[in-house]
Design a protein. Sequence first.
Length: 90
Amino acid sequence: MMAGFGHTTRKHPRSRSRRGLRSGPDRATLGIIGVICAVAGFFVLGIILGPAAIVCGWLAMGRRWNGAPPPPALIALVLGAIDTILAIAP
């Protein structure tokens, strides 16, 4: 039988767990990726990898400054900023 307008098979919207913010392992992975980008940016393509490290660090921190950030996220953010400044400065 075919479902018509307004007669869907899904009775409830998607669960909240699938729409939620990033949690534990995803944030840790983003922090590690940010650190790798920042360290690699010191050697090649600092103008690209520095901002990428900043973004990964910011997302790994949960997009907020309050509370104690995880160490890899903070390291990625700081090294990414240094990397970007060194890439811009002649």
